[in-house]
Design a protein around this ligand. Structure first.
Ligand code: AMP
Ligand code: ZN
Length: 142
């Protein structure tokens, strides 16, 4: 089911144009209109799901497979040296369009982007406790 207020649903419906790269019954891949580097593309499910947790896992696998194929093609077409595959989930993580999507961003050795700033754990105990806490959450979910 699609969402009337969603810009990506409008693209899927053909109400807003896009620079389409490829599509299947379930997935659309098109150029991001504000590319980090030229060739930056988005892979989206045609049905409106808000984020990674809403996506049915089979569809997620199909999207990942598309990301591999389209990512390879973007690398070749742009002569890129690398590729970021990124998904922003929730506002705090930079999500602006609340229709699940994966970014495929071609990267070049000298494109000037840096790795994000990293933090440090206070000590090994803190890291160990957190890893175990996360593991318990997974056990609780499954
Ligand atoms: P995010 O911050 O992960 O939600 O990214 C949303 C992305 O959608 C941004 O990189 C925008 O440039 C891109 N975007 C927004 N509107 C359009 C559009 N009409 N066509 C193509 N890309 C778009
Ligand atoms: Zn949508």
């Amino acid at each position: 089911m699609n969402n009337q207020d969603c810009i990506f649903c409008k693209i899927v419906a053909g109400e807003i144009p896009c620079f389409k790269i490829c599509e299947t019954d379930n997935i659309l891949t098109f150029l991001d209109i504000g590319p980090v580097n030229k060739g930056h593309a988005l892979v989206i499910p045609k049905v409106h799901y808000e984020n990674i947790w809403d996506l049915p896992s089979e569809l997620g696998q199909e999207i990942l497979s598309t990301a591999q194929t389209a990512g390879d093609a973007i690398m070749k077409a742009t002569g890129a040296d690398g590729l970021n595959v990124i998904m922003n989930n929730n506002k705090a993580a930079g999500q602006l369009v609340f229709h699940a999507h994966f970014h495929l961003i071609p990267r070049f050795n000298e494109d000037g982007f840096q790795h994000w700033d990293q933090k440090e754990y206070d000590n090994m105990d803190e890291a160990q406790v957190l890893a175990q806490k996360i593991e318990k959450m997974i056990t609780g979910i499954n």
